[in-house]
Design a protein around this ligand. Sequence first.
Ligand code: PAF
Length: 293
Amino acid sequence: MQIIKKANELTEIINELKKEGKKIGLVPTMGALHRGHKSLIDAARKDCDIVVVSIFVNPIQFGENEDFDKYPRNFEKDKLVCKEAGCDIIFNPEPQEMYADYKKEASLKENLKIKEEFYTIKVPTKYTNKLCGKSRPDHFNGVCTIVLKLFNIIKPNVAYFGQKDIQQLIIIKNMVKSLNINTKIQGCPIVREESGLALSSRNSYLTESQKEKASTIFKVLSNIELMFNEGFTNKNEIFEQSKKLLHKDIEIEYLEVCDINTLDYSEKILHNSFVAIAAKIDNIRLIDNVVLS
Ligand code: PAF
């Protein structure tokens, strides 16, 4: 397994592999890898000749008051996960490699000013004025900018994203369509703990007791799915019933039904929609969703 830190070097390696006709799979991550990431690497390993995992905590997708500084970082452990899962190349650039004017010693606030200095992706407001975009206004612009940069460096045939970040997945699918990017976007199912809690790098912020309470988020979603399968479609009725299952220490930021392709809100729970939730436990923000097919 190779570990590459320079974008040009990786592009050269990829160009050679492409000449040999190799199919390249990319798993973009911010590290702190868990079983959810492993399932993405496994999917890439199954489909592709070469599996690249990028590990990069992307500063420009964080807000000034978010958890960029304390975001979990454990490269040694990540390396082991990648190796065991059969990854061929880890791309682990420094922030300065991805954003030329980034200053290592400066605060995130100071560094976010660099966004004025280079080209970024502006995601259409219709995708960002809802769900997580409401409380994280510039987040998806930052995500799409880094994902496009990774696509340009690695030119993957397929890129793998977890369905847990469903708004991100749909926005990236639409970006690829809109900008004629020659990469297939593969969404992969949510991986959960036995309790139902969706795996997330941010779960490392939770104590065991918080995790137990947080697992009731999945109980809410499961009940919504159950009622939908039993024929209920009225959103308010389904939500009111299901919210009763949430632990009292958990505060809902949003609970919404959206169209699976357009992200448009819906008053009815229909096929081809998904129900997404963001909720806070002691100020730790968690997201989850269920797709109704
Ligand atoms: O989902 C993530 O971990 C990140 O948003 C991504 C796609 C790696 C971009 O930084």
